[in-house]
Design a protein. Structure first.
Length: 343
């Protein structure tokens, strides 16, 4: 990479903050662009706040004027675009915010990146990259067998996945129409430190620690492919540095588990770490399923493995143990961000 910064959008969120921490730790300058919605917290990047290679910009990616300013001021070598509304339940209750950030925000960023890219010298134009981070949910649902690949037809089933599918298409169109060197990644379910307590794993941990009912949708048989966030970050860096413009890379953890299996695994770890509350599985409570709940997701990550040499380092068991331990050591973070999100 150049000594110019990488512009990371959504860098105060769960995956984005992990990208920021990783890049800064290895010596890459970073401009973190985040509007600090309920799920974005500067506490998630506190470890790099004082690093001279790190800059924070409180900017909404829908703000075209401000986004253009960022490109002109910082002259980035690349963009890693993670800014997004990402919670399916929230998209069902309020889809407009998802269209605004995920679709309009991505379009706004693409246009600013394209205008900036055309001003670069030939070598810098050749080296510039725009990595758009998406989800496997754009592919819809699988049956009991098979896996998503980069060529799986799109079939989004929720307002969230529809908005991400739309953004993916815009990103690819800007490559094919204008030549902007874009890349798309579609990842499976992420988990790990600093995840806002609305997603399954942190919800289970926080509910269990509080002795509250642990909600499980339907029968808990829906299956997801789980990817530890640090493994995902390494994949994104591999795509940023070695991916071919115009290509898509599917990123998965090869760790399929039903939701109920995940919940029981968390309870088992907590029984070891906090035996006073054992058995935590007695708190499991089945609740009505959410509308349009996809049955199964699974990723075939053979392309990124064969082309870029990436593969996950964490098993589900090792990643889950690290995740539970982090939440046990950071209960104050969970309480603070949850309180702010409810304000």
């Amino acid at each position: 990479m150049s000594d110019r910064p990488v512009l990371v959008t959504g860098g105060a969120g769960f995956i984005g903050s992990a990208v920021v921490r990783h890049l800064v730790a290895r010596g890459t300058p970073v401009v973190n662009v985040d509007s600090l919605t309920y799920a974005g917290h500067r506490a998630s990047v506190a470890s790099v706040e004082d690093d001279p290679r790190y800059t924070f910009e409180h900017v909404d990616v829908r703000d075209a004027e401000e986004v253009r300013r960022l490109f002109g001021q910082y002259r980035p070598a690349a963009v890693v675009h993670l800014a997004a509304e990402s919670h399916v339940d929230r998209s069902i209750d309020g889809p407009g915010a998802f269209v605004g950030t995920n679709v309009i925000g991505t379009y706004t960023l693409l246009e600013a990146a394209r205008a900036y890219w055309t001003t670069l010298e030939a070598a810098d134009r050749q080296a510039f990259r725009f990595v758009h981070v998406s989800t496997d949910e754009v592919y819809g649902a699988l049956g009991d067998s098979g896996r998503f690949t980069e060529t799986t037809a799109y079939d989004p089933r929720s307002p969230y996945s529809a908005s991400k599918a739309s953004a993916d298409h815009f990103v690819r169109a800007w490559h094919h129409t204008y030549g902007l060197p874009t890349l798309v990644t579609n990842c499976s379910n992420n988990y790990g430190p600093y995840q806002y307590p609305e997603k399954l794993i942190p919800v289970v941990i926080t509910k269990a620690l509080a002795g509250e009912p642990i909600p499980v949708y339907g029968t808990g048989d829906n299956v997801r492919d789980w990817l530890y966030v640090e493994d995902h970050v390494r994949a994104l860096c591999a795509v940023l540095e070695g991916g071919r413009p115009g290509e898509t890379y599917a990123v998965g953890g090869s760790c399929e588990r039903s939701n109920l299996e995940v919940v029981r695994s968390i309870c088992a770890v907590l029984d070891e770490r906090r035996p006073a509350g054992a058995p935590h599985s007695q708190l499991i409570t089945f609740v009505g399923d959410r509308p349009g709940h996809d049955w199964r997701y699974a990723i075939d990550a053979s392309k990124i493995t064969s082309e870029l040499g990436w593969r996950p380092r964490e098993s589900f068991e090792s990643g889950l143990a690290k995740t539970v331990d982090w939440y046990l050591q950071n209960e104050s973070w969970c309480a603070a961000v949850t309180k702010r999100g409810e304000a």
